[in-house]
Write a protein that binds this ligand. Structure first.
Ligand SMILES: Cc1cc2nc3c(=O)[nH]c(=O)nc-3n(C[C@H](O)[C@H](O)[C@H](O)COP(=O)(O)OP(=O)(O)OC[C@H]3O[C@@H](n4cnc5c(N)ncnc54)[C@H](O)[C@@H]3O)c2cc1C
Length: 488
């Protein structure tokens, strides 16, 4: 297993074509826009190797028996799923933001199960290939991009009906050595700081869309792969200073990038689906459930940090004893624990798939993600309420070194005798950062827009069973006789 330092160093040897703000980034590891995200991802390596966290971050490979990082582990039982949720909450607490590695983890788990299913039903030979890829990933402790979301073009049209056939990743060539793929994947978390990309279809494909039903893995610096790193609100603060970033160590969300596939060659040993359209829909659904399990846990961890910042600022402002402030902080904690309950519940209420892999309860996992999309913004609203308007108007950190006004900043931002005004400003910046646009959009659309979760719940609920429950009540179930039943 790699340590955080070894992980960061391992990225230096990758020769990726990365662009940011019009320029090619030659050294991603030390780039100020990217560095905090790499540091956030390195926490997943810390959990696997730091004695304080190995009870969560280390697992034993069910394939080799060797100790591996849990972020590459295939859950074998209920305990594995519960530990996944617990590990996500802890990583969320340490970073206060997205640590990126869960998308690839869920892609590994999903492809392991789907290749098994395909081989059983269609007599294909994908599963052994995938196992070899997985063992390599586990032994090298690689970070994997979980690449599902296509650009999608006009959402009302199918992949094959788009004005441009490249709006969904597709196979454009095939020979005895492998396939050639073209297209793009959008919003890819941790893309520029991962070792490899695991591509999945972005939607269920119809039988005429065989070229779009494709899954494969490629090294992150394979020829023909181009990355365009995204911008975020206030990102220029990363190269202007430190304090104003709010979370200078770990950044805001997951350093997402557009990945372009310019006719990329993939050898057959790394192809895990090629034309099996009937399995594309189940792949997307299964990945979505595993991934939606996470949000109630990692975002709970992030919001633990926000609750801490809000409590400290309220204390500094002398309002912590006010009834309505305590109520609001308690409401924040209640919403956060509700989110986490869903992540745990879908883990405890798991089933074992035919491939032997533990699978979360899909209805609860989807409900949990849906709640997270609703509750995260609500918690941020309460944080802004108790923190006060200063989080939107703090002067720049440069004023703390401006001889004309620095003393005034310290004087007027000091709220009480024992309050350090710079500490207060730092916490204010953290609250500004965590309650701004980017993390809220992440909670809304990451792992799928809320409507996607509603659809799963709507189609999975046993409506007739519920009607039957009501009918059996109104039709008069036998009331047990009181005699003998009462022991008082
Ligand atoms: C911070 C962040 C990180 C992410 N990380 C990853 C990642 O690592 N890997 C990855 O693969 N993806 C990732 N995603 C992508 C994420 O899964 C998508 O954003 C999500 O699935 C929604 O897709 P979209 O953004 O294209 O929105 P859209 O699909 O455009 O949705 C916008 C709205 O349109 C509605 N809509 C969409 N299609 C239809 C339709 N046909 N009919 C009716 N209504 C429709 C939706 O319900 C929604 O309300 C990430 C996203 C974010 C924001």
């Amino acid at each position: 297993m790699m340590t955080p330092e070894q992980y960061m160093d391992s990225l230096r040897s990758l020769k990726k074509e990365v662009y940011f703000m019009g320029n090619r980034v030659e050294n991603i590891v030390d780039h100020p826009a990217i560095r905090p995200h790499i540091h956030a991802a390195s926490v997943t390596y810390r959990l696997g190797t730091d004695p304080e966290f190995v009870h969560l971050g280390e697992a034993r490979s069910h394939l080799t028996g060797r100790p591996i990082n849990r972020w590459t582990h295939i859950p074998q039982n209920q305990e594995d799923l519960v530990k996944k949720a617990q590990m996500l909450r802890v990583a969320g607490q340490i970073t206060g933001t997205c640590f990126q590695r869960c998308v690839g983890m869920d892609a590994l788990i999903t492809l392991y199960t789907i290749t098994w299913d395909m081989d059983r039903k269609l007599a294909t030979r994908y599963h052994d290939r995938f196992r070899a890829f997985l063992i390599d990933t586990q032994d090298r402790d690689y970070m994997t991009v979980g690449a599902m979301t296509d650009p999608k073009g006009d959402r009302s049209k199918r992949p094959s009906q788009q004005h441009d056939p490249d709006l969904y990743v597709r196979v454009v060539g095939k020979d005895e050595k492998g396939i050639v793929v073209r297209g793009a994947k959008m919003h890819q978390t941790g893309a520029v700081n991962s070792h490899q990309i695991l591509v999945m279809p972005g939607t269920g494909m119809s039988s005429e869309e065989r070229e779009y039903a494709v899954s494969f893995a490629v090294p992150a610096d394979a020829p023909g792969i181009v990355y365009v790193f995204g911008r975020q609100v206030n990102d220029s603060r990363k190269w202007e200073g430190k304090l104003d970033q709010g979370n200078p160590a770990y950044g805001v969300v997951g350093g997402e990038a557009l990945i372009i596939f310019e006719d990329v060659f993939v050898p057959w040993e790394r192809v895990f689906m090629c034309g099996e359209t009937e399995f594309s829909g189940v792949l997307v659904d299964r990945f979505a459930s595993y991934h939606r399990q996470n949000y109630g846990a990692c975002k709970a961890g992030n919001l633990d940090v926000l609750i801490g910042a809000s409590t400290s600022v309220s204390e500094m402002h002398g309002v912590l004893k006010a009834g309505h402030v305590r109520d609001k902080l308690a409401e924040m904690a209640h919403l956060v624990e509700t989110m986490y309950s869903g992540a745990l519940a879908c883990s405890y209420h798991c089933s074992i798939l035919e491939s032997g892999v533990a699978f979360v309860d899909p209805i609860i996992a989807n409900t949990s993600k849906y709640n997270t999309a609703r509750y995260y913004p609500e918690v941020t609203r309460l944080a802004q309420d108790v923190a006060g308007g200063f989080i939107a108007t703090i002067p720049s950190e440069q004023e703390l070194d401006n001889p004309r006004v620095a003393a005034y900043i310290r004087k007027f931002y000091k709220t009480g005798e024992s309050v350090d005004p710079v500490e207060r400003i730092k916490l204010g910046r953290l609250i500004e950062n965590m309650t701004g646009a980017t993390p809220i959009v992440e909670c809304m659309h990451g792992a799928g827009s809320p409507q996607a979760q509603r659809v799963v719940v709507q189609r999975s609920i046993d409506w007739n069973g519920k009607k039957q429950l009501a009918r059996s009540i109104v039709e008069g179930a036998e009331i047990p006789s009181a005699s003998g039943g009462h022991t008082g």
